[in-house]
Write a protein that binds this ligand. Structure first.
Ligand code: AMP
Length: 191
């Protein structure tokens, strides 16, 4: 089993690189952001609640996202592995993921941390907002999301460093070059 966390600030390329990872390694992709956006689209109670946080660039409460992840892992006992994209985002989520993987007889393979400078993150997100129309990709919400990332999410890097699971990847350059760095790490885990 390969269980990979793709980690990084908003706009660091987690979604893009996840798609390439799935293509090459056949993993099941779990993006909490995508899951929450589909709840919003479907007009569910959970979606309405999530939207009230997401529209402000704040994190959706831990118990909600942890519950979603637990269900998904349990629902896919035959998966060859998971790629967690945008999860965990807090220390509580990180600890919960460890536990749920353990309960299902699995462990975490690696945390790939995409390292991108702030200036480039903002440029990428503004551009994405123009193309995809994602409502949280506007300047004000982008700034809030980056602040949330540094306050609540970035400290997870120390947590994973302590567990010897953290691999930093230069997240600037061409998509192909970034993926080549990722492949080197992941292939090293398989061999
Ligand atoms: P993303 O698509 O990963 O950029 O996530 C978009 C928004 O969804 C975030 O700004 C949060 O409001 C919410 N979200 C996604 N994943 C999580 C998570 N693991 N914990 C809390 N909130 C999340």
């Amino acid at each position: 089993m390969l269980n990979i966390i793709i980690f990084g600030a908003p706009g660091s390329g987690k979604g893009t690189q996840s798609l390439k990872l799935i293509e090459k390694y056949g993993l099941k992709h779990i993006s909490t952001g995508d899951l929450l956006r589909s709840e919003i689209k479907a007009g569910t109670d959970l979606g309405r609640l999530a939207e009230s946080y997401m529209s402000q660039g704040k994190l959706v409460p831990d118990d909600i996202v942890i519950g979603m992840i637990e269900n998904l892992i349990k629902e896919h006992p035959d998966a060859t592995g998971f790629i967690f994209d945008g999860f965990p985002r807090t220390l509580a989520q990180g600890k919960a993921l460890y536990e749920v993987l353990e309960q299902n007889g699995q462990d975490l393979s690696v945390v790939l941390s995409l390292e991108v400078e702030d200036k480039e993150l903002v440029e990428r997100l503004l551009k994405r907002g123009e193309i995809s129309g994602r409502s949280d990709d506007n300047r004000e919400t982008i700034e809030a999301r980056l602040q949330v990332y540094y306050d609540q999410t970035a400290p997870l890097k120390d947590y994973y460093q302590g567990k010897r699971k953290l691999e930093k990847i230069k997240g600037q350059g061409s998509i192909e070059d970034i993926f080549a760095s990722i492949e080197r790490v992941v292939d090293g885990l398989i061999e």
